[in-house]
Design a protein around this ligand. Structure first.
Ligand code: CAA
Length: 260
């Protein structure tokens, strides 16, 4: 599939996916979501890729939301299926085995904030702005915002943002735990790639089991979560990476992981 609304770069085991609709501040319309679905399933299956970075093309927006012009005249059933499509692809991102980092380079509003939230974690440019402005349009978030924001930053702060439609800056997003750090616009991608490099230097089988255990544990009670963890811990001992990681430690050398 050729992409009209995405750019995809692959280098050193890292895929960088740019949402690329500069004329609409990278807003997500149906075509973009369909392209995203194709790109994510390709990256998930690509043996040359171990980590995904999602960002916005240009210097103004990560993603300024779902496309309002596209949504304006939708029927209730069309709107429902648009939200279901967005939720489906964001769930693919959240549950993909490989780690996914959002490099939030500008506006991350509505569907843009929701896209950032389905990634494993978010690093923001000082120019980034976050919010769920949907109630100002007479709608509610449809790509997971009411569910992920409450889980990520707590119900009270999430409800304040959801009800007021306030747009907050990167420093406030850092304070409330929506992003992990704030970088200058010039440094954002370097910092994200440096974090990616530190992740890629570790055992990828273990990273994937960590992600699965953390994600599945968040959906269940602590006792079930602990069982998920012991099973995943046990599974590590069926990997070459566990043997190499522990042997390298004992032999006082750097481990050479193969991700299996
Ligand atoms: N959908 C469609 N087009 C959008 C858009 C969006 N979400 N956001 C921006 N654009 C378009 C603008 O219409 C404008 O197009 P034209 O040049 O053709 O007029 C272009 O992008 C540039 O935008 P602005 O001129 O508005 O730029 P600005 O710097 O003055 O303002 C902004 C930037 C504050 C981000 C403003 O564009 C804005 O408020 N955008 C909408 C944000 C929003 O409400 N997002 C939530 C959408 S609903 C949603 O996401 C639902 C869901 O969960 C599924």
């Amino acid at each position: 599939m050729t992409y009209e609304n995405l750019l995809l770069e692959k280098e050193n085991k890292i895929a960088t996916l740019y949402i690329n609709r500069p004329q609409a501040l990278n807003a997500l319309n149906r075509e973009t979501l369909l392209e995203l679905t194709d790109a994510i399933s390709g990256i998930a299956q690509d043996d040359d890729i171990d980590l995904l970075i999602i960002t916005g093309a240009g210097d103004k927006a990560f993603v300024a939301g779902a496309d309002i012009a596209y949504m304006q005249n939708l029927s209730a059933m069309e709107a429902r299926s648009f939200a279901a499509l967005g939720q489906q692809v964001f769930m693919m991102i959240e549950t993909m085995e490989k780690p996914v980092i959002a490099a939030v380079n500008g506006f991350a509003l509505g569907g843009g904030c929701e896209l950032a939230m389905c990634c494993d974690f978010r690093i923001a440019s000082s120019k980034a702005k976050f919010g769920q402005p949907e109630v100002g349009l007479g709608i509610i978030p449809g790509f997971g915002g009411t569910q992920r924001l409450t889980r990520l930053i707590g119900a009270g702060m999430a409800k304040q943002l959801l009800y007021t439609a306030d747009v907050i800056g990167a420093d406030e997003a850092l304070r409330i735990g929506l992003v992990n750090s704030v970088q200058t616009p010039e440094e954002l991608m370097n910092v994200v790639k440096a974090i990616a490099g530190r992740i890629l230097a570790k055992g990828q089988a273990a990273i994937r089991l960590c992600k699965a255990a953390a994600n599945e544990g968040l959906q269940t009670d602590i006792n079930r979560g602990m069982t998920i963890e012991v099973d995943a811990f046990g599974l590590c001992f069926a990997t070459a990476d566990q043997r190499e990681g522990m042997t390298a430690f004992i032999e006082k050398r750097k481990a050479g992981f193969i991700g299996k």
